[in-house]
Design a protein around this ligand. Structure first.
Ligand SMILES: [Zn+2]
Length: 425
């Protein structure tokens, strides 16, 4: 088993697209990692996968492992997600971090008699504080542990946005008949006061730097990393003198900054990444499972839809995502017989920086159409995806077969999809 960091959206680049509203640009994402890793590591382990055996009372048994990590020994207590016959393991630690451990990295493993227990919010908070330099503080809410070194007001603003999203997202899918469960782990979020510190602290997930990525969700650590957007250059420049004289980090300053159009796509990115985190923690999707990127990304983009009319930058679900619609409609002339099948069966367009922005727009359009016009079929398809286990890869034929089983003939669907989406204004 190969050990590599996993981030859903990496190498995010910001590309200007023609917009009706001025100053609006689309954060684009390139998803790498999952499928690359799936492709290389899964095939030989798929049938061998097994999970932690239960304790006498039927609970998941805890395990303690010691292994080499970057040349140093590391001790982790958690539960075995997968144990391969070659001795490799995928372990979920009690803080929610996933560890892939090769056989030759493993020094020792002890199967404990006790059941596996995830950290509580307070325990996770303590662990996060201990891992950060001095100056960090904690703000907890029912689902989140926010560790921050920016203003308390900004941490509160962020967690209130996240809780609002959490509630909206889980209610929405519950109403569609999906089984939603409380997250196994408290959801960790790191908010850095400035971009430099955020960049430096994100190297384990993004070794080449954060580039234009203003926030990301890591499948490996289960954490969302971000920085205080009121310090983002685009937002500060736009706010200019209007915010002069306001106390740094005050609620008034935050509102002032976030009412700038330049802030909206930044907030959309935070909502996008937080949507991934919720989807992978509420039972809808499983980390390291082979969720097609057209669905995984399209759903996150569906929820991120920014709202220029609201100073909160985000108001609710299902609004037309105009930046994505504009990209999609501009590309319609290039849509051909193979476009849909390629989108459905392969993740490659999402991983290629040259095609990623267009692939995200196509994914938004397809998810928007399916959620709106085929809600029952979409919910049933999500149930199929919810069953997918970690490190089991699907070939393109399987993806197409599963799509067909829920939505029928893709080419017939395509005609209605293109007709409906060309009318959206
Ligand atoms: Zn994403």
């Amino acid at each position: 088993m190969e050990c590599r960091p996993e981030v859903i959206d990496t190498a995010c680049r910001v590309k200007k697209v023609p917009q009706k509203s001025s100053g609006f640009f689309t954060p684009g994402h390139v998803a790498v990692g999952i499928a690359l890793w799936l492709g290389s590591a899964i095939a030989s382990h798929a049938e061998e996968a097994q999970r932690s055996p239960p304790t006498d009372t039927g609970e998941v048994r805890a395990v303690r492992v010691e292994f080499d990590h970057d040349g140093r020994p590391r001790n982790v207590e958690g539960r075995v997600v997968i144990e391969a016959t070659d001795g490799g393991m995928l372990v979920a630690a009690d803080d929610g971090v996933l560890w892939t451990i090769e056989r030759d990295q493993l020094r020792r493993r002890d199967r404990l008699d006790s059941p596996f227990e995830p950290l509580t919010g307070d325990e996770l908070a303590e662990q996060m504080l201990a891992s950060m330099p001095s100056g960090f503080r904690i703000h907890t809410t029912p689902h989140y542990v926010v560790c921050y070194n920016t203003s308390r007001a900004y941490a509160q603003w962020t967690s209130s946005l996240l809780e609002r999203l959490y509630k909206a997202f889980t209610n929405y899918w519950e109403n569609q008949g999906l089984e939603i469960r409380e997250p196994e782990f408290p959801l960790p979020v790191l908010v850095f006061a400035d971009r430099q510190m955020y960049d430096a602290a994100s190297r384990e997930d993004l070794p080449t730097g954060t580039g234009n990525i203003v926030g990301f969700y890591s499948l490996r650590s289960n954490r969302v990393n971000m920085f205080d957007l009121t310090g983002a250059e685009a937002v500060r420049d736009a706010a200019g003198s209007r915010s002069a004289g306001l106390r740094r980090g005050s609620m008034r300053e935050i509102n002032q900054m976030l009412s700038q159009p330049a802030a909206v796509p930044l907030v959309a990115t935070i909502v996008h990444e937080a949507t991934h985190q919720i989807a992978f923690n509420c039972g809808l999707q499983t980390r390291y499972a082979d969720i097609p990127l057209w669905l995984c990304e399209g759903m996150a983009v569906y929820f991120e839809a920014p709202d220029l009319a609201s100073t909160r930058g985000w108001r609710g679900i299902g609004r037309v995502n105009y930046p994505r619609l504009s990209t999609f409609q501009n590309n319609l002339a290039n849509w051909n017989d193979e476009t849909l099948e390629r989108l459905l069966s392969s993740d490659s367009r999402f991983r290629n920086p040259q095609t990623a922005v267009d692939a995200y727009a196509d994914a938004w359009a397809l998810n928007y159409y399916l959620i709106r016009y085929k809600p029952k079929e979409y919910a049933d398809y999500l149930k199929t995806l919810a069953e997918k286990r970690p490190l089991v890869g699907d070939d393109p034929q399987t993806r197409m077969k599963e799509f067909r089983a829920h939505f029928g003939d893709p080419h017939r669907l395509e005609q209605d999809f293109l007709r409906q989406m060309s009318r959206v204004k």
